[in-house]
Design a protein around this ligand. Structure first.
Ligand SMILES: NC(=O)c1ccc[n+]([C@@H]2O[C@H](COP(=O)([O-])OP(=O)(O)OC[C@H]3O[C@@H](n4cnc5c(N)ncnc54)[C@H](O)[C@@H]3O)[C@@H](O)[C@H]2O)c1
Length: 360
């Protein structure tokens, strides 16, 4: 395991994207989100995604220097097409659009369809919170085969469809307000990336997170990455998480004219499409005004005052683990040797001449 400074990783991503032809703004947006995910402790959505982006761009699936286009505009409700551009550009520009509309109308509903991977959804909740706005995001994942079984099924029918809900009012970080609380989660019990890491390290996945091809509980993740695939991840919370994943598919994609994962839509291994429905609300427009922050704080203090169960030392709020990770990783992010190899190889394939001398 190497410990690498966030600035070094940021520069490596920017330089690799530059080789793909990305503008400086695009380079920075991609690097900000990927390194930001590692800082937040979500390595599955961090720098390790770069090889998939490079491969997608070289295969012609991901279009560099693309911007979302507005395909439907009713003011308070609009839909953007991401044109299979970088999700980091699509997500950023879609949220800037949503923020502007929410300031005008008090709230905004914005669909973003046909984007390449939009990464850690909390990044978009944070962008809205930095503007003082609350937000809800429903996302489907498609473009490749499903990975997660619906409750009662033994065949996968969706991916890890994330949901993010963010409340503004946190302290400033790097001069920008942060969410007071943010729940940002996959709807599967564990992320696919975590199962992949377990397989690569020869470790089992936690009990009750996966089934094998016959629908029996297993802790062996290898079937999930076999060809043909055997088994599936389980949705969180049994029927409830399975229901949330289905709703994310319908709200995040079907409702806004984006593709769901049903087999009538084109699939290819390694292709990552995200669609996202965002609902952004200005607390100043609800009539709660400044009372909102005081009431939220009083409530959150009440939540955290709960007597503890055996084995627990505190009640954390959603978003606390990520904030702690940011503090712990501010000067160094642990990156495993295999990921460094994959990053160098991807950067070399993009044309970065000194990739093998970097990340040491
Ligand atoms: N773009 C995509 O296609 C895609 C797909 C799936 C997931 N994702 C992203 O993957 C990331 C990881 O998702 P995950 O489900 O593995 O996250 P997770 O399980 O680590 O955390 C989920 C949520 O629970 C909160 N939490 C964690 N521990 C807690 C505790 N002890 N007490 C209180 N709250 C706690 C976290 O703050 C977070 O809000 C997310 O950022 C998500 O947006 C993206």
């Amino acid at each position: 395991m190497a410990i690498l400074h966030p600035d070094e990783l940021h520069a490596f991503i920017r330089d690799t994207c530059a080789q793909l032809g990305s503008s400086e703004t695009e380079q920075s947006l991609v690097a900000d989100q990927l390194v930001g995910a590692n800082l937040a402790g979500h390595d599955s959505h961090g720098i390790g995604m770069l090889p998939a982006y490079v491969a997608g761009a070289l295969r012609g699936e991901l279009t560099v220097n693309s911007h979302p286009t507005i395909v439907q505009d009713l003011g308070v409700l609009s839909v953007l097409d991401g044109n299979m551009g970088f999700g980091q550009v699509n997500g950023y520009e879609a949220m800037e659009h949503a923020i502007e509309r929410a300031r005008t109308h008090g709230a905004a509903i914005v669909g973003l369809r046909n984007s390449y991977h939009i990464g850690r959804i909390g990044h978009w909740g944070e962008q809205c919170a930095a503007a003082g706005l609350a937000s809800l995001h429903f996302v489907n994942v498609c473009g490749h085969a499903p990975l997660v079984a619906p409750y009662g099924g033994r065949e996968a029918r969706f991916v890890t469809n994330p949901i993010c809900l963010a409340i503004p009012g946190g302290p400033e970080r790097n001069g920008r307000p942060t969410p007071r609380v943010m729940l940002d989660m996959a709807t599967s019990k564990i992320a696919a990336g975590k199962a992949r890491v377990a397989m690569e390290e020869g470790r089992p996945v936690p009990p009750d997170t996966m089934i094998d091809g016959a629908g029996r509980a297993t802790t062996d993740p290898s079937g999930l990455f076999a060809n043909p695939r055997e088994g599936a991840l389980l949705a969180l919370g049994d029927h409830k998480g399975s229901g949330l994943a289905i709703m994310a598919e319908l709200l995040g994609a079907a409702l806004i004219g984006g593709p769901t994962i049903q087999p009538g839509n084109k699939r290819a291994a390694g292709r990552i499409i995200n669609n996202m429905l965002s609902i952004v609300i200005d607390p100043a427009a609800t009539g709660a005004a400044t009372g909102f922050a005081a009431e939220a704080d009083a409530y959150l203090r009440y939540v955290q005052s709960s007597d503890l169960r055996e084995g627990f030392s505190e009640v954390l709020l959603p978003g606390d683990p990520e904030n702690r990770s940011r503090e712990a990783r501010a000067d160094g992010i642990p990156v495993d040797v295999e990921t460094i190899k994959l990053l160098r190889s991807a950067a070399t394939s993009a044309g970065l001449a000194d990739a093998d001398q970097r990340l040491v």
